[in-house]
Design a protein around this ligand. Structure first.
Ligand SMILES: NC(=O)c1ccc[n+]([C@@H]2O[C@H](COP(=O)([O-])OP(=O)(O)OC[C@H]3O[C@@H](n4cnc5c(N)ncnc54)[C@H](OP(=O)(O)O)[C@@H]3O)[C@@H](O)[C@H]2O)c1
Length: 293
């Protein structure tokens, strides 16, 4: 019997971007631990390969499902969320990992800039759509054990603050600046999400994975590809260990809105700890989505 039909798993995790790199390594680790793993990905061949690889290491009693969708399109994010809701009635951990840098400016069919859409708006919307499943898990779990984890980046340090007049960088786009801004948005979103969920027993935390040898650079421009090739990278299993720890360790279930790297808390930039900016990003994101979906 395949792990997907043999479900006795008591904890369910959604890992976005599980078709490659950090997300795939994390999904494999959760499957080894016997969880019900729901992975998401975009590229059909990478999704199929990853699903097979995750199933191959899944322990008895775990369950593995995969849902495909392009997170630059918010209609796709909504569809993915509703497919997840058909697979489980509870989500104990949501790992918002999907994303990365792009090589140029791409405008989606919904009129969004692709980097901002995939790295910030998609996890914002997916979390909102999965909130009933997170709340249901929290209702019958000890406080602090239901968690939302954002895979951000030290790239946020480079962005001095969100460009409120042009969050999509329509006027002045560079691929790196768009990425750095989106990774700052991950931290601000985590901060405001945690504030809003605190009384429900759900904790939101963020992490920096390090410089990781994955498929990340292949989506970037020549300079990004050269930078990643010239510098030593760690294996995706290293940040996956931190993600598993963040999903399970009692000390990470307290005092949400924090930032971690390599199994320890680290400092985020001051601009990532700005409660007013976090609240404003939330309402701007709601407004953007209200005009779309
Ligand atoms: N690698 C690093 O050095 C590094 C450093 C700091 C932060 N990060 C962050 O770590 C996270 C994971 O990156 P990674 O290094 O593991 O890179 P990766 O190997 O390229 O994996 C990224 C995952 O996200 C998915 N994804 C990307 N854009 C998507 C979209 N528009 N719609 C749906 N899925 C999408 C990819 O799907 P496909 O298989 O279809 O591409 C893949 O599953 C990202 O958020 C990245 O920003 C990485």
């Amino acid at each position: 019997m395949s792990p997907s039909q043999n479900a006795t798993a008591s904890r369910c995790v959604v890992v976005t971007g599980a078709s490659s790199g950090i997300g795939k390594a994390s999904a494999e680790a959760f499957a080894r631990m016997g969880w019900h793993v729901i992975g998401t990905g975009r590229d059909p061949a990478r999704c199929a390969d990853a699903e097979e690889a995750i199933r191959a290491v899944a322990s008895h009693g775990s369950r593995v499902d995969f849902v495909r969708g392009d997170f630059t399109e918010m209609a796709e994010v909504k569809r993915v969320a509703s497919e997840i809701a058909n697979l489980t009635d509870r989500v104990h951990v949501l790992v918002n990992n999907a994303g990365g840098v792009r090589d140029a400016h791409y405008r989606t069919s919904e009129g969004l800039e692709a980097t901002f859409a995939a790295n910030h708006l998609a996890p914002f919307l997916l979390t909102r759509e999965l909130l009933p499943l997170l709340e249901k898990a929290a209702d019958d779990s000890p406080p602090g054990t239901v968690r939302v984890i954002a895979v951000s980046s030290s790239a946020h340090l480079v962005c001095q603050g969100l460009n409120w007049n042009d969050l999509m960088m329509v006027e002045d786009f560079t691929a790196n600046a768009a990425y750095c801004q989106a990774k700052l948005a991950n931290l601000l979103f985590t901060r405001e999400l945690n504030r809003r969920l605190a009384d429900k027993g759900i904790v939101a935390q963020a992490m920096h994975p390090g410089r990781v040898g994955s498929n990340f650079a292949s989506h970037g421009d020549d300079a990004m590809q050269a930078y990643m090739a010239a510098n030593e990278c760690i294996l995706p299993e290293a940040p996956a260990r931190t993600i598993i720890w963040m999903a399970t360790a009692p000390e990470v279930g307290r005092d949400g809105g924090r930032y971690f790297h390599d199994l320890a808390e680290i400092d985020a930039a001051p601009q990532a700890c700005d409660d007013d900016a976090a609240a404003r990003l939330w309402s701007e994101s709601e407004n953007m989505l209200a005009n779309l979906v």
